[in-house]
Ligand binder design. Structure first.
Ligand code: ZN
Ligand code: ZN
Length: 375
């Protein structure tokens, strides 16, 4: 079938993207779902920093590629062998499919699924297929989703069914920002009631972590960012303290206010500087979690003496150490009970044709989550 999709053909375009238009909204061919796959009519897709990192070249991916990985939609058609979904079901896309039987999946850690990592690096669906093309030339799928499009053919294993009453624009955010941010707090760090926490970097994922820390019952939630506007938003979402990372004594001020640092600090900005800040504001015996994704060549220095003598833990967290079919319904329930204000992360809606301007706003720090409405 012919569909409209946002395709990236070259990385590293100059900004503003509203003028250089790195994403071109084109008519492309979408093949029907193969065995184990599903055709989804996309309802809404969020603009995430990971898409921006592909556009600007920080995260190298095979070109050309159809972007978009945080989305929700309605099941339109089922491929052979898909028996547990039906036409009309509402689904959230998850940007790491899980094969269900590799060593990581067998250990209950589907976020680390090995065939999924291979497929995502290659720009294919979990099956190894590409279902997008133009004039017979294949187009790669970003993270098995390629969701800035009217329709997407995806693996069944990239989908989690959700309640039809949940608006699709809100449902979309659960697939990346919420799964990653809330999961870093409740799954990776396993923050307990009464714990002290800090979140460095207040994009969609960081603000979702603030919501997660509040839902988990943290007594102290320190927000750190370069933007006063985002610090204010974090305070309105449940942060207890706010510090601007631009001030030279930010680390000292947090350590003083928290009497030596917090038990759990989260780096969610994707920068080495933010990671160093998170490490320095973690208290003795504490845990520093990073879920940001800096460019591949980035490294950070760590004092082994400090790690040992203060019995510190440093943990990576990918897609919130999630089990998507367990976690997304849980987080949706919390949202509906008013305990996880996911709708507050949404700062605007766009049409597909406005997508380049949307990435300018994201880059400029003027938006948290903007959602492209597709149907
Ligand atoms: Zn994302
Ligand atoms: Zn697997």
């Amino acid at each position: 079938m012919k569909i409209r999709a946002a395709v990236l053909r070259n990385v590293g375009a100059a900004m503003p993207y509203a003028q250089t238009r790195p994403l071109s909204v084109e008519e492309v061919d979408l093949a029907p779902p193969g065995a184990g796959e599903v055709l989804v009519k996309v309802g809404a897709a969020g603009l995430c920093h990971s898409d921006l990192s592909v556009i600007n070249g920080d995260r190298p991916r095979p070109m050309p590629m159809a972007l978009g990985h945080e989305a929700a939609g309605v099941v339109e058609a089922l491929g052979e062998g898909v028996t547990d979904l039906e036409r009309g079901d509402h689904v959230v896309m998850v940007f790491v499919p899980s094969c269900g039987h590799c060593p990581s999946c067998a250990e209950g850690r589907p976020a680390l699924c090995e065939p999924a990592a291979v497929a995502n690096a290659a720009g294919t669906l979990l099956s190894g297929a590409r279902r997008l093309s133009q004039g017979g030339a294949p187009i790669n799928h970003l993270l098995g989703c390629a969701a800035f499009a009217e329709y997407a053919t995806v693996s069944r294993r990239s989908l989690v069914k959700v309640d039809r009453e949940l608006p699709l624009a809100e449902a979309a955010l659960f697939g990346c920002a919420v799964l990653t941010g809330v999961g870093a707090v409740v799954n990776t760090a396993q923050v307990r009631v009464g714990a002290s926490t800090a979140v460095v970097g207040l994009g969609g994922v960081g603000l979702a972590a603030v919501l997660g820390a509040r839902a988990a019952g943290a007594r102290r939630i320190v927000a750190v960012d370069l933007s006063d506007t985002k610090l204010e938003l974090a305070m309105s979402l449940g942060a207890t303290d706010a510090f601007n990372a631009g001030s030279a004594d930010c680390v000292e001020r947090v350590r003083e206010a928290t009497k030596g640092g917090v038990e759990y600090a989260f780096e969610l900005a994707g920068s080495v500087r933010a990671f160093e800040t998170a490490y320095k504001i973690t208290r003795r015996g504490g845990t520093t979690v990073t879920a940001g994704l800096p460019p591949p060549a980035a490294t950070f220095g760590l004092s082994p003496l400090n790690l040992v003598a203060e019995e510190r833990t440093v943990k990576g967290s990918y897609i919130g150490t999630c089990v998507p079919s367990r976690d997304i319904p849980r987080y949706v329930d919390l949202y509906r009970q008013g305990k996880l204000a996911v709708d507050r992360l949404m700062t605007g809606t766009l049409t597909l044709d406005e997508i380049n301007r949307g990435f300018d706003l994201l880059h400029e720090g003027k938006a948290v989550r903007q959602v492209v409405l597709l149907s």
